[in-house]
Design a protein around this ligand. Structure first.
Ligand code: MLT
Length: 214
């Protein structure tokens, strides 16, 4: 582990061992922190550098990546502001640690800020794994996501993310040019073994595709 440089988000950075493996930007869910997804990151991308910021917004003491008005109802102005802040942090961290553009691996609130970042600052990310994600913004400028690999993993029994909302997210990212795979698993909002296996397979393929295009 590297003790993190003094950047605009509290974060953790774990160096990778693979030269051709894109780093992962790990984005935790509500109540998580920069330590939460390190183990998941190692499981799904054993050789990747892991960059893991802590969300700056507190809801009842629980870190998140943006403010919400109620469960599933987002403060969209704050979503915009925070997605831009996160994209700026990614630039700072890329420079501080000499990293190529990362693939986001976000869970729940982390997946939603990753989706917003894809739409608002597409250059910040090389792709994304969005676990239990929703449409983060009702309006956004046209984004060019041409060729970016995106995996959306939804839960058929997820009480927080309606199936049609996840389907809309898949459709809008595809319409912006991303190469979207959307899988619905027989699970709820929580992470399952299938999320790990599918993310790992997707990241192996995405890493190869990004390396061969470079
Ligand atoms: C969100 O607020 O981003 C979603 O409702 C998921 C959550 O964090 O509970």
């Amino acid at each position: 582990m590297t003790i993190a440089a003094n950047l605009s988000f509290t974060h953790r950075l774990e160096h990778g061992s693979g030269h051709n493996t894109p780093p992962l930007l790990l984005l935790h869910g509500t109540g998580g922190d920069e330590n939460d997804l390190i183990e998941l990151g190692r499981m799904v991308a054993p050789e990747a550098a892991l960059l893991s910021p802590r969300g700056k917004v507190l809801e009842g003491g629980m870190p998140r990546f943006f403010r919400r008005l109620a469960e599933g109802v987002f403060d969209e102005q704050d979503v915009e502001r925070r997605a831009n802040e996160l994209a700026d942090f990614v630039s700072e961290a890329r420079e501080a640690y000499s990293l190529p553009a990362p693939i986001a691996l976000g869970f729940s609130n982390g997946a939603n800020i990753a989706a917003a970042t894809l739409l608002l600052r597409p250059d910040a990310l090389a792709g994304a794994v969005l676990i239990r994600a929703m449409v983060p913004l009702s309006q956004h400028p046209a984004a060019d996501l041409t060729g970016k690999p995106v995996l959306i993993l939804s839960g058929a029994m997820d009480p927080m993310v309606p199936a049609d909302n996840a389907a809309r997210l898949a459709a809008l990212l595809s319409a912006s040019g991303a190469c979207v795979q959307h899988r619905t698993l027989p699970s709820g909002h929580g992470l399952s073994q299938a999320d790990v296996a599918l993310s790992r397979q997707f990241l192996t393929e995405a890493g190869r595709a990004i390396a061969s295009a470079a």
